[in-house]
Write a protein that binds this ligand. Sequence first.
Ligand code: NDP
Ligand code: 8X3
Length: 253
Amino acid sequence: MENAQTVLITGATSGIGKATAELLAEHRFNLILCGRRQERLNMLQDHLGKKTNVHTLNFDVREKEAVFKSIQNLPTSFSQIDILINNAGNAHGLDTIDEGSLDDWDAMLDINVKGLLYVSKAVVPKMVERRSGHIINIGSTAGKEVYPKGNVYCASKHAVDAINQGMRLDLNAYGIRVGAINPGLVETEFSDVRFKGDVDRAEKVYQGFQALKPQDIADIIHFTITRPYHVNIADLVVMPTAQASSTIVKKEL
Ligand code: NDP
Ligand code: 8X3
């Protein structure tokens, strides 16, 4: 079970985060896996704990006290976080700006932007003290362009893009690597969450073309964190071949 590096992944209970946890467990990274669904955390602990050292943390990234308490009280064997993967996030709703829900807007900005900042603030100062670390921010093509009805979700991912650039500037002096991976359409629970359990509507998003799989992004994350120290993947955009932009997807139906 030996591996020198400990990786903290937010949003490890589903989709991109879960696929990344599974792949990194194969490669024997020590894993701190975070999410809110305890039964899924238990399953990850049971399943991946057979392959590597796993510690799970249950907190909502919006609850700053819980974020800090959880990360500050890690057992000694997990207390040095070498790699932070800021992945937790989601979209809530798909509405024009005049029709959007205030609760949806709060959720997206609180989770995707402020939650990412809280977790980073709990982890990064120790990286600065040690003069080492690697941060991967999961952005989106929605952080590079805005699509109709995407308004606030796109704003939250544009903020991730800005934070990624800001972190890289501020942490450069300490030799800490910072980069964003910005996927296009990946088939996960993302659209189930966005459409609040309307499974038919969620499935339609990925019909008629080959969407990315969460494992595709996990592969890229693994590639990114295993480059030699002088190589930093600073900002990577990855889309399905069928996708040209947020609004242009070549469908076969
Ligand atoms: P999923 O819905 O499958 O996974 C989201 C993860 O985030 C879950 O593990 C969930 O865990 C966690 N999470 C959500 N809200 C909170 C919260 N308040 N506190 C703590 N954890 C939370 O979606 P994806 O895997 O697709 O999404 C992962 C990231 O990838 C997101 O940042 C998303 O914006 C981004 N992305 C997704 C794309 C896609 O097409 N799917 C494309 C581009 C970017 P739990 O519910 O247990 O807390
Ligand atoms: C998720 C990709 O295009 O559904 O960030 O917003 S998209």
